[in-house]
Design a binder for this molecule. Structure first.
Ligand code: 3PG
Length: 394
């Protein structure tokens, strides 16, 4: 933005690394375009500043050196052109600069799936140097890929004449910093999902920071078991019950809490047509499967959300895809929407819940990151951000 303000981009070759890794259906149609929309401000700013703009991204996890039609960013180029209101040509085999000599000021091209280039995943210096040679200014605007040290997210930042963060990356870091760096208290986190194992390090990191750690989904089952409750035939990770107990005890020791459900919604089978029964936790039978939190629990948690200063949300607390097991997630979603707390949400399932309950405008900040969002919550350094910081320090 500073470069734009100083008109420093006029006539310059600007290489923007975006995260345009969007979901597609079997026919290759984009099913959700948030990341493409989120990439527009950086591209628009560079174009309006008179730059020659190259944008690239990965799509999926292609095999290096083996380009297949389904790896193509072609559908993304079409959507990007619609959003920008100008043509976006897709360039193939661009690493050595082919087809990039005659870019005009105010023109934008999309460089085909960066991950098919040998060396991208391994962060090869040779590839990073080639990409750096294509530009005068490198802009990393790919928060969703900031946890990956790859040639286009990391190596290139060492070699490009100028390297900086784009507006989306900056906004994500600002919002996450606000939520976890110096949060308005109480700081409440919702961490839900099917398995404790996939989010154990996040749970542990947040347990040291937050005032209230709401667990949901299969994760909550393991915590319920840790306090001696029967969870029937629910998804549970018996080997992590000790870890769950340690988190509960650690939180309690510093006056913080992990609220354990008092009631749940059960079924005898996992299916879209399964009959839902609300039960107090003491009444869960051996053949019950817990698929949502119950209304008493949801009301209590909604009250806690209402009293929070900051809410970090990752994961639906029930199987919200089936309406009869969606009330818990809906109640918490509405509580977040109506709360005065600064809220930040991230992760694919969470975004789907936000869309389903139509509260997009009521969330303080919605992250475009999946893995990157989770790694930030874990307190890990994001290598693509760190390289920009290191370079600026020099
Ligand atoms: C994501 O979808 O989380 C990012 O685009 C990163 O994708 P990756 O996990 O394939 O690196």
């Amino acid at each position: 933005q500073d470069l734009v303000a100083r008109d420093a981009l006029r006539g310059k070759r600007v290489f923007i690394r975006a995260d345009l890794n969007v979901p597609q259906d079997d026919a290759g149609r984009i099913t959700e375009d948030t990341r493409i929309r989120a990439s527009v401000p950086a591209i628009r700013a560079a174009l309006d500043a008179g730059a020659k703009v190259m944008v690239t991204s990965h799509l999926g996890r292609p095999t290096e050196g083996e380009f297949k039609p389904e790896d193509s960013l072609a559908p993304v180029a079409v959507r990007l052109a619609e959003l920008l209101g100008q043509p976006v040509e897709l360039k193939q085999n661009w690493v050595d600069g082919a087809g990039l000599d005659n870019l005009q000021d105010g023109q934008v091209v999309l460089l085909e799936n960066v991950r098919v280039n040998p060396g991208e995943k391994k962060n090869s210096d040779a590839l990073a140097q080639k990409m750096a040679a294509l530009c005068d200014v490198y802009v990393n605007d790919a928060f969703g890929t900031a946890h990956r040290a790859e040639a286009s997210t990391h190596g290139i930042a060492k070699f490009a004449p100028v390297a900086c963060a784009g507006p989306l990356l900056a906004a994500e870091l600002d919002a996450l910093g606000k939520a976890l760096g110096a949060p308005a208290r109480p700081l409440l986190a919702i961490v839900a999902g099917s398995k404790v194992s996939s989010k154990l390090s996040i749970l542990k990191a947040l347990a040291e920071k937050v005032d209230n750690l709401i667990v949901g989904g299969g994760i909550a089952n393991t915590f319920m078991k840790a306090v001696g409750l029967n969870v029937g035939k629910s998804l549970v990770e018996a080997e992590l019950v000790g870890e769950a107990k340690a988190i509960i005890d650690m939180m309690a020791a510093r006056g913080a809490q992990v609220p354990i459900p008092v009631d749940v919604v059960c079924a005898k089978e996992f299916s879209p047509t399964a009959a839902a029964t609300i039960k107090d936790v003491a009444d869960v039978a051996d053949d019950d499967m817990i698929l949502d939190i119950g209304p008493k629990t949801a009301a209590t948690l909604a009250g806690q959300i209402g009293a929070a200063g900051t809410v970090v949300w990752n994961g639906p607390v029930g199987v919200f895809e089936f309406d009869q097991f969606g009330e818990g997630t809906k109640t918490l979603a509405m509580a977040i929407a109506n709360s005065k707390a600064f809220s930040i949400a991230g992760g694919g399932d969470t975004l789907a819940a936000i869309a389903k309950y139509d509260i997009t405008d009521k969330i303080g900040y919605i992250s475009t990151g999946g893995g990157a969002f989770l790694e930030f919550l874990e307190g890990k350094t994001l290598p693509a951000v760190q390289i920009l910081v290191d370079r600026q320090a020099k």
